[in-house]
Design a protein around this ligand. Structure first.
Ligand code: CND
Ligand code: ZN
Ligand code: ZN
Length: 370
């Protein structure tokens, strides 16, 4: 029996409190309204941002995933039922000033700057225990079914392996783009990557693809070193092995400063260290990590007056709906690998185990399958 136009009852991982485990519950998912799409999830990955971004409760998080369109609302022309899709945590409306700018990717219709936890029309499509549940990042992929605005959905090649290309929905694209598109890493340069987790490793891959000759991995967990070297790090160090601050060590190692230091952890102290170790006359320090609870950090402007550049980007600076289908095509053409990032595959109901693996540093990317 077709589910089109009807409420779907399915299993979802609901978060009722901060730092609480996910609770697998029955969720009612309303049909898509005009310009919306209901998607059956096939897989969804565990990413650190799911922990850092939560402000509204109860909520369904999850933003790196792949699925199949179940039904569409009135006026949707970009996808149809049966299409393979990747949810986008930054929409691309195509009409706002950012979308119209050739380099802009942080579409004004995003749900990140001022999270409302709803569809674009301001309402939720989720109900659990008779209460409305918030959406998160316009994606909410930790559910067997989700509803998204069509501007946040990318149609991808029908032949793509969904259990792998989900990584293009965040981890891979964010980091690879941070190196090649945001930092614009140059041939022969020296890079440092703070953090060697799931998002971080593709920064290493991006630096290598851009022709960096030295890529220094920095992580307190030495178990991450082997994999980092496999994908392109030329050396790896742990801040805990030195008495001096890590920025001093990096400056000594590079005779004055790193050309492109990346912070991919999401901590204030490492963001500052990544800025301080940056070559002061023409280096570029890039923030990729997301700080929990929208914290502020202070720095001395003299650091920028010497002509360092300090920048950051979400989703690797890529325009989401335009770029994701192309990146999937590049993956299919074997232009980059994704397998080396996948360390664990678990059934969706084991989502808490997936987050335990992330917190304990044992996983790079865990794929949850529905
Ligand atoms: P993950 O936990 O896998 O990696 C973080 C790594 O940092 C781990 O290997 C840790 O051992 C290491 N680490 C922790 N503390 C320190 C420290 N003090 N010094 C050195 N190393 C340390 O996380 P992830 O790779 O999934 O995510 C990394 C960050 O990227 C996180 O902040 C997440 O929110 C962010 C991110 C950004 C974007 C974007 O669009 N900019 C998208 N997704 C995730
Ligand atoms: Zn826009
Ligand atoms: Zn992510």
């Amino acid at each position: 029996m077709s589910t089109e136009g009807r409420v779907i009852k399915c299993k979802a991982a609901v978060l009722w409190g901060l730092k609480k485990p996910f609770s697998i519950e029955e969720l009612e998912v309303a049909p898509p309204k005009a310009h919306e799409v209901r998607i059956k999830m096939v897989d969804s990955e565990v990413c650190r941002t799911d922990e850092h971004i939560v402000t509204l409760l109860p909520v369904i998080t999850g933003h790196e995933a792949a699925g199949i369109v179940e039904s569409i609302g009135e006026g949707v022309t970009t996808v149809k039922p049966g299409d393979k899709v990747i949810p986008l945590f930054i929409p691309q409306c195509g009409k706002c000033s950012v979308c119209k700018h050739p380099e802009g990717n942080f579409c004004l219709k995003n749900d990140i700057s001022m999270p409302r936890g709803t569809m674009q029309d301001g309402t939720s499509r989720f109900t659990c225990r008779r209460k409305p549940v918030y959406h998160c990042l316009s994606t909410s992929t930790f559910s067997q079914y989700t509803v998204m605005d069509a501007i946040s959905v990318a149609k991808i090649d029908a032949a793509s392996p969904l259990e792998k290309v989900g990584l293009i929905g965040c981890g891979f694209t964010t980091s690879y783009g941070s190196a090649v598109k945001v930092a614009k890493v140059t041939q022969g340069s020296t890079c440092a990557v703070f953090g060697l987790g799931g998002v971080d490793l593709s920064v290493v891959m991006g630096c290598k693809a851009a022709g960096a000759t030295r890529i220094i991995g920095v992580d307190i967990n030495k178990d991450k070193f082997e994999k980092a070297k496999e994908v392109g790090a030329t050396e790896c160090i742990s801040p805990q092995d030195f008495k001096k601050p890590i920025q001093e060590i990096l400056k000594e190692m590079t005779s004055g400063g790193v050309d492109f230091p990346f912070e991919v952890i999401g901590r204030l102290d490492t963001m500052v260290a990544a800025l301080l170790c940056c070559q002061n006359a023409n280096g570029t320090s890039i923030i990729v990590g997301v700080l929990p609870n929208f914290q502020n950090l202070s720095m001395n402007p003299i650091l920028l007056l010497t002509r360092r550049t300090w920048k950051g980007a979400l989703f690797g600076g890529f325009k989401s709906r335009d770029s994701v289908p192309k990146l999937v095509a590049d993956f299919m053409a074997k232009k980059f690998p994704l397998d080396s990032l996948i360390t664990h595959v678990l059934p969706f109901k084991k989502i808490n185990e997936g987050f335990d693996l992330l917190r304990s540093g044992k996983s790079i990317r865990t794929i949850l399958t529905f």
